[in-house]
Design a protein around this ligand. Structure first.
Ligand SMILES: Cc1cc2nc3c(=O)[nH]c(=O)nc-3n(C[C@H](O)[C@H](O)[C@H](O)COP(=O)(O)OP(=O)(O)OC[C@H]3O[C@@H](n4cnc5c(N)ncnc54)[C@H](O)[C@@H]3O)c2cc1C
Length: 396
């Protein structure tokens, strides 16, 4: 299977992914259910997925649900604080400019998150809606509008009077209009990763806590993963979904193709007794080069101001908030959300993006191996996205 077919299949179902990997699907039992292959503790799995972030977790779960024996390996565990998926929340936006493929995937992601939270009995996805304050019809925004028309994604173009009437909490400054998408939303990101890994384990998947790297090989076949503690993990196929760690594990292949800039996010307390900055009364938003979310479950009004984007190492970067980062957040709040100007900061998180050279996802075979896939990286732009897409990977 070539990459084009792989991506197509990946957007549809994980069984096709498995076939593409040369595994075939597990046999179908008399009751029509796919019989899961045993996932032997300590024995060889069909597939080892390294990385339990949004991409690896969903990949492992879908493959397990197709009946394969799957090991999910992570050095810090699902939902960990160092991973890009480990934040409190991430948005699912629908607009991707010219890259309509991602909008299509996002539309599937909405449905899948809704279905999974119902299946698991835990609330993970909040349909907040999304408001972008724009100063002009950029090429990207015009393309987004075209995609929305074609795909029947609801949206509204709001003049500034209407923005002020509906959302008096935000200052409009020199914006020309608002672009409002009512169906997008916010995911509880860290909790979502844990929920996916829990579901994977409940279905008999093997969860391993280990730092690994490619181990012995025979020709173009990777035979095993080498654990940092000296052991090995055996499998027939390997998926590396390492987010910002991809260039660390594959420096020659990806060192010049992926960069990980630092990103600070802040959470500001909403005023007492005032729910106008909280879900469902305020949408996710982008304005003045920043973006943010309403307070969800009382965790605080989130903002991610654009600050200097220094490149970082996800294992070792200093995750303390720096004074100039805090000052930028305070200044931004005062300018764009004057009603929150004096509200206390309740949380701040330092994370890192992983941006590819062409701002697209990387989903490909490792060129030196027939049984190794490399998966991940957000299709980032001014507002990044990735964790939402992972639910439709590898069905999306
Ligand atoms: C501040 C911030 C805001 C963001 N906002 C959004 C948003 O609103 N919407 C959105 O969709 N996306 C957003 N993103 C991007 C999104 O979070 C990421 O694209 C996505 O989470 C990446 O998932 P991943 O699974 O590829 O990587 P990760 O979540 O980083 O997972 C990689 C995992 O691999 C493990 N690992 C790495 N190396 C090894 C090894 N050698 N051995 C074992 N395990 C290993 C790590 O421990 C980690 O758990 C944001 C990112 C940041 C930083």
């Amino acid at each position: 299977m070539d990459r084009r077919d792989f991506l197509k299949a990946a957007g549809i179902n994980a069984g096709a992914l498995a076939v593409g990997m040369g595994l075939g699907a597990a046999p179908v039992a008399a009751n029509g259910q796919r019989a899961a292959r045993a996932n032997p503790a300590g024995g060889a799995s069909d597939i080892a997925v390294v990385g339990a972030g949004a991409f690896g977790g969903w990949t492992a779960l879908y493959l397990r649900e197709q009946g394969h024996a799957v090991a999910l390996v992570d050095q810090y565990g699902a939902g960990n604080a160092l991973a890009s998926s480990g934040g409190e929340s991430r948005q699912i936006r629908a607009g991707y400019g010219e890259r309509e493929l991602y909008t299509r995937w996002v539309l599937q992601a909405f449905e899948r998150w809704e279905a999974r939270q119902a299946e698991w009995g835990r609330k993970l996805f909040y349909r907040t809606g999304q408001l972008s304050l724009a100063d002009a019809w950029s090429t990207s925004l015009a393309s987004t509008r075209g995609s929305f028309d074609r795909l029947q994604v609801p949206y509204e173009v709001l003049d500034l009077d209407e923005v002020r009437r509906r959302f008096p909490q935000i200052a409009t400054h020199d914006a020309a209009f608002g672009f409002y998408t009512p169906t997008t939303g916010v995911l509880k990101a860290r909790e979502g990763c844990v929920a996916v890994a829990d579901a994977f384990a409940r279905q008999g998947g093997t969860v391993l806590d280990a730092r690994v790297e490619p181990g012995r090989r025979r020709g173009r076949t990777l035979l095993e993963l080498k654990r940092a503690d000296g052991g090995t993990v055996q499998a027939s196929q390997f998926v590396f979904a390492l987010g910002p760690w991809l260039p660390k594990v594959f420096p020659a292949l990806l060192g010049r193709k992926i960069q990980s800039p630092r990103r600070a996010v802040f959470f500001v307390a909403t005023p007492p007794g005032d729910n106008s900055y909280s879900y469902p009364n305020f949408p996710t938003w982008s304005a003045g080069g920043a973006y943010g979310f309403p307070s969800v479950e009382g965790r605080g009004f989130k903002l991610a101001p654009r600050i200097d984007e220094v490149l970082v190492d996800p294992d070792t970067q200093d995750r303390h908030v720096k004074p100039h980062e805090l000052a930028a957040a305070r200044e931004f709040v005062a300018r764009w959300f004057p009603g929150l100007r004096d509200q206390p900061l309740v949380d701040a998180r330092i994370c890192q993006y992983e941006n590819s050279v062409d701002s697209n996802l990387i989903v490909d075979r490792h060129p030196e191996f027939d049984n190794v896939w490399v998966v991940g990286v957000a299709p980032a732009t001014a507002t990044s996205t990735g964790s939402c897409l992972a639910s439709t990977w590898p069905t999306g």
